[in-house]
Design a protein around this ligand. Sequence first.
Ligand SMILES: [Zn+2]
Length: 455
Amino acid sequence: MALRIGLMFLAVFLLLWTPATAQDLPPDQQLPPVASPTHRVDVNQLPVLDTTPAFNPDVATQQWLARLSPEARAKSDAYAEGGYMLQFVDLTYGLGVAALLLWLQISARIRDWAEELTRGRAWQVMLYAVVYIAAITVMTLPLSIYEGYVREHDFGLSNQTFLQWAGDFATMFAVTLAAAVIFLPLLYAAIRAARQAWWLWGAGLAILFMIFMLVIYPVAIAPLFNHYSPLPETPLKQQILSLARANGVPADTVWVADESRQSSRISANVSGFLGTTQISLNDNLLNQGTTDEVLAVVGHEMGHYVLGHTLRMVLLFGLVILAGFGFVALGCRHATDLFGGNWQVRQPDDVAGLPLIVALMSIFLFLAMPVTNSITRTTEREADLFGVNAVRKPDAFASVVLKLSSYRKLDPGPVEEAIFFDHPSGKNRIAMMMNWKAEHIRDLDIRDSVRDNPH
Ligand SMILES: [Zn+2]
């Protein structure tokens, strides 16, 4: 009896006893000691199961690009390339209009008429400005109708009837007229006061005027074209407000614009300056985008806000404006020396020379396009990176980029991108997102997103 009980204990002991002790195992298989109140487990010593999914950012980028059908891609390429041509056409057409106004002495006659009506210099400039703006609007009308209405319909981007389009065009004309009537008398007063250094004063005034327009745009100009309403009370709004609080953006600054009345383009922007800054999404984005896509776009727009991009743009475009006025002043001096007699245009304080100033400035801005586009493109790139860091939805942003390709060429050449693109190309933006994803692939949220969506 005692022997059997002893054998049973031995059998149980043998069954429970594991022959391989911790010390016998190779070092990488050694188990940590079992936790006890007096012996804590060092988490860092626990074996790690590597669950990192395979992710190649280049392949993922190519997979995203392949989602756009060849037909859709050909269409957006054609739209973009037509746009490049139109910029050149606009310039030459505008120069042609200026040449007509000067060589046919129409500009000189408008000035003479204004001088007959009133002796006040500011009033003369205002009268001239009204006739000048009306004249160039009428002379460029065929081009405006083609670019703003016909072509947009050809590419299926416009939702407007001709009358609706004409209404917006007329509003824009009124805004331009009001801006010219305020700005030009000030400019010519500065030209008269400053003489040789007039371009410095002109640039200073133009910069102040740009700031003025930026400040009043969201409160006085944008509402002329669209209705702005606060984001409706939805779970999405709570997520956006949370994102805003997390990133130090005043929480009541997200608005929705009814831009579907103009087009089907999805869009969002930050507008305003010095107290009027606001973030607005358009209704197309809310209707066509998923929650993640909207958040990804909002993150980008918050990037502009948090990184102080408006101020940076004012400073950098201020330098461009300064250079532009220098170019215009030099060009004006030479051109009026040569042709002032034919045009009956006296030296720069003569308002009849305005078509020349406008022509020279448009040549300068055309030549400066790689600079101005690169300024905005690098700013947009920063906002993309801010957005993905804040929202952590690289795939949702890539998906939005693909949707934007209805009006933006997806994969231009590097020179084409440097000259014509005010945003990074779709391909570069998607590649940026996929590279971000590759660098965050061990983070739980990103790792899981790869499992859900192999891209
Ligand atoms: Zn942007």
